[in-house]
Design a binder for this molecule. Structure first.
Ligand SMILES: Nc1ncnc2c1ncn2[C@@H]1O[C@H](COP(=O)(O)OP(=O)(O)OP(=O)(O)O)[C@@H](O)[C@H]1O
Ligand SMILES: [Mg+2]
Length: 239
């Protein structure tokens, strides 16, 4: 039995849906590339300035170039994930350690915390926990939550990894129930134009759910707390 070809109106709808998906995908890619591009420019400028010093510190230069290579690798991976798949990434990936991608996100945003005069503390309660996921996606999740916390914080941000749970806490003002009720909507932002696009949490939630995890943002005492529960992988028992 042959299936009837889609009517022209259905084709139009399919195309509109596909274009909307592509539009969302490129908006996400631009959003996710912004921070590593920013970090790369900063690191390249530092390395250039190091070369102009009367006595070049080779160790410092090596650190800056290693950092630059990491950011370029991240951009390469992001382009591969968004550009190659033809649709928004949704693969879960194998068991990976949770701590390294979270640490990479903290390192990427540490200069931004310093220049804003904020303390940024990373607590790895259990650095050996494994979760189902993809390293780049976990780094994106941590970086987006951390950027929001740095934007909101008055003086400090804490990032904590315990088991399969990632928490990002800041001491900024209470966003209030109206904002907390809407912050996962794509393009919802309370930041001025040029400062926020309202995509960070929409992307983050999409990535977390694609990993079979959950994400919530709430006010607890004097802190705003983002909690990501990843799918835990139980450590392999010895023979
Ligand atoms: N830690 C936080 N404290 C207070 N408000 C927050 C926090 N995280 C998010 N929000 C609120 O949720 C809104 C949406 O966040 P989201 O990350 O999606 O977009 P954005 O940060 O405004 O812009 P973008 O991430 O695209 O640069 C923010 O504009 C802010 O009002
Ligand atoms: Mg954001």
């Amino acid at each position: 039995m042959t299936r009837a070809p889609p009517a022209p109106r259905d084709l139009h709808l399919l195309e509109t849906g596909r274009l909307a998906e592509l539009g969302m995908q490129s908006a996400e890619l631009v959003h996710e590339l912004r921070q590593p591009v920013f970090a790369s420019v900063g690191l390249a400028q530092l390395a250039r300035a190091e070369l102009d010093r009367p006595a070049v510190d080779l160790e410092r230069l090596r650190g800056q170039l290693d950092g630059l290579v990491q950011q370029l690798d991240l951009m390469h991976a992001l382009l591969g994930r968004y550009g190659g798949a033809g649709r928004r990434p949704s693969t879960v990936g194998g068991p990976v350690l949770l701590a390294p991608p979270v640490t990479a996100a903290v390192q990427m945003l540490d200069p931004r915390a310093r220049s804003a005069g904020l303390s940024l503390v990373l607590e790895l309660v259990d650095g050996q926990s494994q979760v189902l996921g993809e390293v780049v996606a976990i780094q994106q999740v941590a970086a987006n939550l951390l950027q929001n916390a740095l934007d909101a914080a008055r003086s400090r941000v804490r990032v904590r990894v315990e088991g399969a749970v990632l928490r990002v806490l800041d001491d900024g003002p209470d966003p209030g129930p109206d904002v907390l009720g809407r912050l996962f909507e794509p393009f919802f932002t309370t930041k001025p134009p040029g400062k926020g696009t309202g995509l960070g949490l929409a992307v983050t939630r999409h990535l977390v759910e694609a990993h079979g995890g959950s994400l919530r943002l709430e006010r607890l005492g004097d802190s705003t707390v983002a909690t990501v529960q990843f799918q835990a992988v139980s450590p392999r028992k010895g023979p």
